[in-house]
Each structure stands twice: as C-alpha cells, then as structure tokens.
Write a protein that binds this ligand. Structure first.
Ligand SMILES: Cc1cc2nc3c(=O)[nH]c(=O)nc-3n(C[C@H](O)[C@H](O)[C@H](O)COP(=O)(O)O)c2cc1C
Length: 342
C-alpha cells in the first residue's frame, strides 16, 4: 500500500509530509482498535529478537533514529509500527525554530535525504511533558537525544546539555549526547578535545545525583578520522559512558547519482540514507574491533533495504536505527527487517 501512497507523500513538501505522518499517528490514538490493528499489521515479535543492552531489555534490535519524532509526539505509536525503541530529539534546553525553510530535500536517485533542519524542537520542558502525559501506556524503550541551543556558545555548551539531561532524566530510558549534527554552526567542533571532555564530564557527574542509573551514549559523526575515533573512545572509557551511536549525517557528497546541478540548488546540510551504508559498516567494524566488542554500538546510517540491518549487526552493531530507509520504504519495512534478522 505504501508503494501507492509514496508518490503522493513525495509530491508534498518533505516537511509537510512529515507533519502529516506525525499528525496521523497522533490521530490514530483516538480511533478505536487502531493500535491493535497497527500492531497486528506491522509488529513482529519473536523471543530470539530480544536483546539485553546496557541493562535495558529491547524486544527487538531495530529502532527509530533521532530526528523523526523530535518532540516525542507519537512514541507509543512508533512502537505499534514495530520499532523496538524510539530515540526522541534532538532536544535542547530551550525551544528553537531551527534553520529557515526549505531545509529537507529528497534525493530519490540515491535513496537519500539532505537536511539542514538545525535541531528545531519544542524544548526540554515541553518534550518531558509530552512523555509524562503518555507514560502509563508506554511499551517501547525511549532514548533521549540531547543537544545545545544554537545561540549558546560552544564554551558554555556543557551547561546546556546538563539542563536538557536533568529535565528529561525521569522520562527517558537512556540518553544520547549529540555533538555531531552538521546543521548547527560549530556544533561538530564539540567533538574535539577539551570541549567534548567538558560535556561528558558534566553529564557523568550529574548522573551521580540520580538514584536510578540511566545509560548515556555518544553520537559520532561519520566524518571522523581514525585518530579522532580513537581519542573519543579513550574519553568514553575514561568517563564510563555506556555506548556509541554510529553515526550522524555526513557533509560528504561523493559518489552520488543525483546530478551536480540538482545538488548545487540544495543548501548545505547532512546527507543520510543509502550512500552512508558502506561507511557505517566500516566504522562499526573498526570500533567493534578496537573495543573487542565490549562497547555497545547503535548503528545508524544507510539502512534502506532489508538486508542492510543484518550487515551492520554482523559488523559488530548491537542495535540498529533507521530514518531515511523508513521514509523510502514505509511502515512495513521494520517487520521485513525483523523477519530477515530472525
Ligand atoms: C530530517 C532529519 C533530521 C534529523 N535530525 C536529527 C537530530 O535532531 N538529532 C540527531 O542526532 N540526528 C538527527 N538526524 C540523523 C538521524 O538520526 C540518523 O543518524 C541519520 O539520518 C542516518 O541514518 P539514516 O541513513 O537511517 O537516515 C536527522 C536525520 C534526518 C534525515
């Protein structure tokens, strides 16, 4: 059915289509038996798919990547579409509108997207309220992806991460520190040396004040060099972080089938989707080898066909996430992936 619906959704501006999908998921809440119907159609449960990772039990290893439900508007409904976990955000301490529109572009020839959203979100207080309101019905693991407000200088970034962390602490199951978004000016500079240390140290300290332990992961850029990855790993072990998300969108454009003339009309931004897969596999394998498989890795980047998730798990990923592949393949995609993994 999605094959028939997709041309209509792709005819609409990407951000409008995105709002329509979230709106439809929220509306489905009020339609009797809709959850049951969605679950029956799109979920695939099998005990062999369950994973115990950083102290949490995931019913399956396929999750929704950050950015699709930034404000945690439809968390339970994503669970009904088969996802074993949902990463909300990125969430910043204060609400922010993001970059001027248009800021999402589809590249169908590459099964890819370029986005320049700039971490638009309703802010940590509103997102926490959204999660609290529907907490009793929750059946899916929720990760809270946090970042800093664009207006906050990098030197003061750690305080922003801390404020978002504290506001979301009681309403998410794990955290992801996003320092790798290429769409906020100078944000990816936070992946370097002392700036990253300040953020990681602040979050690790803050976690000690809470009774319940919440795993904290770091989301890397796919554009890091081998040396940068090794330096980051040293920091991850020094502060006892629980894992990595590998990786965010890339600023690279090599090997695309989309004509250069089309690309030149698109603003700068992060590329996601099929062109990322080879690099994600290499990066996951490199990190899994360096860490002898001791550090959980959530692979994110390039899962656009059914066998791709399996390749990432075989390379050493513990869990996988999708965003762009979901847009191109529709809701039945998760179930097909889960069947292939099984
Ligand atoms: C439109 C869009 C918005 C995104 N927003 C965020 C975000 O706010 N925070 C984040 O950490 N990643 C964000 N991402 C990156 C995704 O979480 C994911 O890491 C990336 O798209 C690679 O996975 P994919 O190839 O399955 O799309 C965004 C991606 C897209 C396409």
């Amino acid at each position: 059915m999605y094959r028939q619906l997709r041309p209509v959704l792709f005819w609409i501006a990407p951000e409008t289509a995105h709002r329509l999908v979230i709106g439809w998921l929220r509306l489905s809440r009020y339609i009797p038996f809709s959850k049951w119907v969605l679950r029956k159609r799109f979920t695939y449960d099998d005990p062999s798919l369950a994973r115990e990772v950083f102290g949490l039990r995931f019913k399956n290893p396929v999750g929704l990547a950050a950015g699709l439900d930034k404000n945690a508007e439809a968390v339970n409904e994503w669970g009904c579409l088969g996802f074993g976990f949902v990463e909300i955000g990125s969430v910043t301490p204060q609400p922010q509108p993001g970059n001027p529109k248009p800021r999402i572009f589809r590249l169908p020839k590459d099964r890819a997207i370029i986005n320049h959203m700039g971490i638009n979100n309703d802010g940590a207080a509103q997102v926490a309220a959204n999660l609290k309101r529907r907490a009793r019905r929750r059946r899916v693991i929720v990760g809270g992806n946090i970042s800093k407000n664009s207006s906050t200088p990098n030197a003061a970034a750690a305080t922003d991460y801390e404020r978002a962390f504290v506001k979301l602490y009681d309403v998410v199951d794990y955290f992801v520190i996003n320092v790798s978004c290429p769409n906020v000016e100078h944000l990816s500079a936070l992946q370097e040396g002392e700036l990253l240390r300040a953020i990681v140290e602040t979050i690790a300290e803050q976690r000690k004040y809470h009774d319940q332990y919440k795993p904290v992961l770091l989301k890397l850029s796919p554009d890091l060099s081998a040396v940068q990855i090794e330096e980051t790993l040293a920091l991850v072990f020094e502060y006892g972080l629980d894992g990595l998300v590998v990786a965010n969108t890339t600023t690279r454009r090599d090997g695309l089938r989309t004509p250069p003339a089309t690309l030149s009309r698109i603003s700068d931004g992060g590329l996601s989707g099929a062109p990322l897969l080879a690099n994600t596999i290499d990066m996951v394998r490199y990190i899994a080898t360096l860490t002898r498989g001791q550090l959980p890795i959530i692979a994110s980047g390039g899962v656009t066909s059914v066998g791709d998730a399996r390749l990432l798990l075989d390379a050493g990923a513990t869990l996988v996430q999708l965003y762009t592949g979901f847009i191109y393949n529709g809701p039945g995609f998760v179930k097909r992936i889960l069947k292939s993994i099984k």
